[in-house]
Design a binder for this molecule. Structure first.
Ligand code: ATP
Length: 231
């Protein structure tokens, strides 16, 4: 499904991502772990068309997407839920969803209903301005917006960031529900415990490189995983 091969990305002279390769198979939930500055967000931004990689190939369903602009990447079926959520504050929940639907591949009412089924709180607050939602509700809206584009691969950057533990659980319950529905997902997380409790396969990044990869079970038992978090 999504295939990243030998991807490198820089900010001027700083090489943030150094030749990494990863895959997200059809219907699988993959996670990228790593400490601050490991290069996780840069990897996702490069995959989503927000940052032009220096080298490497990114294919979605065998189509090269690494040179496309972000709206083209969305139309090809990849949606990013960015770090910090980025909802449109003056618009209502429903307007945020519909706006995103336009950018995607032709959403309809059933897409909105699917989002409301996943997050009943958004349905209750559908006429509320997004800027007035709590942090957790904004995260739900950010995920809902990405779903409105009918993504083949849903990419999430640190969905637990800044949320209370009970809200993190709600957000991860939704991620697990989507996975069960067959949604392919790539997730970046600093919270290794929660990420490894839900994913099928994981990659650990350190200083721009993937230092360990394996099934969730292998990573949970790996001393290397702990080590990777110390740098
Ligand atoms: P975090 O969890 O803190 O977001 P991360 O693993 O997502 O970390 P990145 O944000 O990808 O890491 O950063 C990787 C490296 O690139 C870091 O050394 C960071 O300082 C650098 N970097 C990130 N964004 C920029 C930027 N806009 N300009 C210059 N350097 C940057």
């Amino acid at each position: 499904m999504l295939n990243v091969s030998n991807l490198s990305a820089s900010y001027g002279a700083i090489r943030a991502v150094k030749g990494i390769s990863l895959k997200v198979g059809q219907g699988s939930l993959c996670v990228v772990l790593g400490s601050n500055g490991a290069g996780k967000s840069t990897t996702l931004r490069s995959i989503a068309g927000l940052h032009r990689p220096v080298e490497g190939s990114i294919t979605l369903q065998d189509r090269e997407i690494s040179r496309l602009k972000i709206h083209q990447v969305v139309r090809h079926g990849l949606a990013l839920v960015p770090e910090g959520r980025m909802v449109v504050a003056p618009l209502t929940v429903e307007e945020n969803l519909d706006l995103s639907g336009f950018a995607g591949r032709g959403s309809d009412r059933s897409d909105r209903e699917r989002v409301y089924e996943l997050f009943p709180r958004l349905k209750e607050r559908r006429q509320q301005k997004a800027g007035l939602l709590s942090g957790g509700e904004q995260q739900m809206l950010a995920i809902g917006r990405a779903l409105m584009t009918q993504p083949q691969v849903l990419v999430l950057d640190e969905p637990s960031m800044g949320l209370a533990p009970s809200i993190v659980d709600l957000v991860f319950d939704a991620i697990v529900a989507l996975h069960k529905q067959g949604q392919s997902i790539l997730l970046v997380e600093q919270n290794a415990a929660i990420a490894l409790s839900v994913c099928d396969y994981g990659y650990v990044m350190r200083r721009g490189e993937i230092v360990v990869e394996g099934t969730a079970e292998m990573l949970r038992e790996s001393p290397e995983v702990m080590k990777a978090y110390l740098s």
